[in-house]
Design a protein around this ligand. Structure first.
Ligand SMILES: NC(=O)c1ccc[n+]([C@@H]2O[C@H](COP(=O)([O-])OP(=O)(O)OC[C@H]3O[C@@H](n4cnc5c(N)ncnc54)[C@H](O)[C@@H]3O)[C@@H](O)[C@H]2O)c1
Length: 351
């Protein structure tokens, strides 16, 4: 396994300490297992088997609508993995007769580049896909975890930044981003309904821009676009003015936070998982790529390409105090350190 990922996972294992024993002999369904987070979860489950002898049986489902089959790491030599190539919106998945302890819904069309092309599929995976997985959870008495998004907050009013879980958001029901944002909001409503009317134990995770090793080369989210151009000595392209802000959370911090929700999340709760510092504009992020490696800036301001949905939120920054209080989650990796690790991994993987 790649050195960076191996060290990062060793760190996650040590930080989770005895909590990870809860996974022993558990049966897990991971929808979206072929994607970025799925790749990293796979590595994690392989490593807890190898290092701690914690056995999990993991069933992945993915239809590869926005990811590549060649990239998945369902190496079956350690751990127990099964891969199912299926759309979670299909009723076929209700025929799965494994007894799952955890059902993790991480399927989605997360990159704006892809959801611009497939708005209906983007909406459906959060609605029909969620209903199917919730019905499976109800039948199995599984704990259900839904990967929602920071996008459910929309374009937040300044007085609500950093956003707490209680902020209700400012989201457009129509427009190029609404298929993703509104889909995630309905996915959350479904959690509420199944938690309160159907006796399913649910948790909602709202990730804030996770990045790092495991992102596919053609992911087309900002970190992967910048890394690709940086490594091929092309200018980093900024859409619009570049003043829109985001926060970025390195993957090992993100995965640790997600695992804490899965293992320790309180019934029915929603958790922001991200790194609140720094809240950085996209143009400053581009500069940071060059500063981190002592290179001179090579940045190009461009209009929004037709492949990318405009109407971007101006600010995005989480309040993570709830995850800190309930789950003892606090991110560790600075943005500079994360960029170094990510670029080093991309160099080995893609060049
Ligand atoms: N990575 C982040 O920063 C981030 C931020 C906010 C929310 N999320 C959410 O977390 C989840 C995982 O994110 P990711 O970064 O791994 O995204 P990703 O795009 O890399 O992976 C998602 C996977 O889901 C699969 N998928 C989509 N529709 C499907 C369907 N109908 N049936 C089966 N598989 C389907 C895709 O093929 C892909 O492999 C997504 O739901 C995403 O919206 C991620």
């Amino acid at each position: 396994m790649n050195n960076i990922i191996e060290k990062d996972i060793a760190n996650i294992i040590s930080r989770l300490d005895t909590h990870i024993e809860k996974f022993n002999n558990k049966n897990i369904l991971l929808a979206g297992g072929g994607g970025f987070l799925g790749f990293y979860f796979t590595k994690f489950f392989q490593e807890i088997k190898r290092k701690k002898n914690i056995n999990t049986k993991v069933t992945f489902i993915d239809n590869f609508v926005s990811s590549s089959k060649n990239f998945i790491s369902n190496d079956t030599s350690s751990g127990s993995f099964e891969f199912i190539n299926e759309d979670i919106c299909s009723e076929n998945i209700l025929n799965l007769n494994h007894k799952f302890d955890y059902i993790i819904h991480a399927a989605g069309i997360a990159s704006p580049f892809y959801y611009r092309q497939k708005p209906l599929e983007t909406l459906e995976v959060s609605i029909t896909g969620s209903k199917n997985l919730l019905n499976l959870s109800k039948r199995n008495q599984s704990k259900y975890i839904f990967f929602s998004s920071s996008e459910i907050y929309g374009d937040p009013l300044p007085e609500f930044v950093p956003m707490k879980e209680t902020y209700r958001g400012n989201v457009a029901t129509t427009g190029p981003r609404s298929c993703y944002d509104e889909g995630k909001r309905v996915g959350e409503t479904l959690c509420y309904i199944y938690q309160n009317y159907h006796n399913v134990n649910t948790n909602i995770i709202r990730p804030f821009n996770i990045y790092g090793p495991g992102m596919q080369k053609n992911d087309y989210r900002v970190m992967s676009n910048f890394a690709n151009n940086f490594l091929s000595n092309k200018p980093l392209k900024i859409y619009g003015k570049g003043s829109q802000t985001r926060t970025f959370c390195y993957i090992s911090d993100g995965i640790e936070g997600f695992l804490r929700v899965i293992l320790l999340g309180k019934d029915g709760e929603q958790y922001n998982i991200g790194n609140a510092n720094p809240e950085i504009s996209i143009i400053d992020l581009a500069k940071l790529f060059f500063d981190t490696f002592n290179k001179s800036h090579d940045i190009e301001m461009v209009g929004y390409p037709s492949s990318y949905p405009e109407d971007e939120p101006n600010r995005r920054c989480p309040d993570t105090s709830k995850a800190s209080d309930h789950l003892d989650f606090n991110s560790q990796i600075s943005l500079e350190e994360g960029i170094k690790k990510y670029i080093s991994w991309c160099q080995k993987e893609f060049t």
